[in-house]
Write a protein that binds this ligand. Structure first.
Ligand code: MTE
Length: 322
């Protein structure tokens, strides 16, 4: 018997509600090191004492999730999820991230918060992690290339971070930037896209409880090839919106242009919502291949999360705003 049961997830039912129940009760655990450091600001502690990996470790020391999901969907095999990736900073081949992502310099890591926020500045990742409860959530990731996976992510809602930093009255959009480091990220030596990788959400999308900043998957810290140490996961949107290795979060009044829009506005819109009725100019989006399965399955509107997110787009022509 597994220690805990996974919630029933059928094709028609949407995952998040049920997995919200904090199975792994990743509650704030006191984080003694952080508290001690706060009491002694002038004291020099070894660098490791502040490293984000040390903060994550106790949280991630839990049972590995069971492969079986009662009622239907199983997790994608961990190996598939870590060897078949899109991370153009390491090349455009699906295997490139696995082969080259050891070059991603992940420690130390900080995120710079800018723009329409009450509190801005560069925050070490370990300080960010100490503030929030981490949860495990099972989300589908659907790539624009018509494949999909089901992954148990570990993270916290982006809304928690934005609330902590305080959105101003001019906060309409949230823009994200990935690490720019062409010395280590070989893909950035070629202008495949306009580096650094930039993505953005409308602020109501960013504040939606499904939108996750993920720092782990399958009970482990985020593998480099999947966007260590911290990435976005927006489960109702195509995978390109789920930006990896985030170094900057900028809140804006005006809608920014994303890297994919800049590269090819005909093929990639600002919204990137999974929509079986709006085809990519070069291929259909009506069906998808679940990695690890043979055959194809029907793609669901908003990747199966309609109940939660359809209201965000009420009255919008989704053929125009793709
Ligand atoms: N983030 C960065 N920085 N660079 C990328 O090339 N690729 C995106 C997204 N995030 C990408 C990125 C695309 S197209 C997809 S489908 C997902 O990451 C893939 O995530 P995975 O490799 O963890 O499955």
């Amino acid at each position: 018997m597994p220690r805990y049961r996974y919630p029933v997830i059928s094709e028609s039912e949407v995952t998040p509600k049920v997995v919200f129940e904090n199975r792994r009760h990743f509650l704030r655990q006191g984080f003694a090191i952080g508290a001690a450091a706060a009491l002694a600001p002038g004291m020099l502690l070894p660098k490791d004492a502040y490293a984000w990996a040390d903060v994550l470790k106790p949280v991630l020391q839990t049972d590995l999730p069971s492969q079986e999901l009662a009622g239907g969907e199983a997790f994608t095999d961990f190996r598939d999820a870590t060897t078949y990736n899109n991370f153009y900073e390491f090349g455009t081949g699906k295997r490139d991230p696995e082969v080259f992502a050891h070059n991603l310099p992940v420690d130390p890591w900080s995120i710079t918060l800018e723009g329409e926020l009450d509190k801005t500045g560069a925050i070490p990742l370990e300080d960010i992690l100490k503030r929030y409860s981490l949860e495990e959530r099972i989300y589908r990731l659907r790539c624009v290339e018509a494949w999909s996976m089901v992954i148990p992510w570990v993270g916290f809602p982006l809304a928690d971070l934005l609330n902590y930093h305080g959105l101003t009255s001019k906060s309409n959009y949230v823009e994200f930037e990935s690490l720019y480091d062409p010395d280590n990220l070989r893909g950035q030596r070629r202008s495949i896209i306009d580096w650094p990788y930039r993505e953005a959400l409308r602020v109501d999308e960013a504040m939606h409880p499904l939108t996750l900043l993920a720092v782990g998957m399958y009970g482990e810290k985020m593998p480099n090839q999947n966007g260590a140490p911290i990435r976005l996961v927006v489960p109702w949107k195509y995978g390109f919106k789920s930006i990896k290795s985030i170094t900057k979060i900028r809140v804006l009044e005006e809608q920014p242009t994303t890297s994919w829009q800049a590269r090819n506005p005909e093929e990639y819109g600002f919204y990137g919502n999974v929509n079986p009725e709006v085809d990519h100019p070069r291929w259909s989006q009506a069906r998808e291949r679940r990695i690890g399965e043979s055959g194809r399955r029907e793609t669901l509107m908003f990747n199966g999360y309609s109940e939660e997110v359809a209201h965000l787009y009420e009255g919008m022509d989704l053929h125009q705003y793709y």
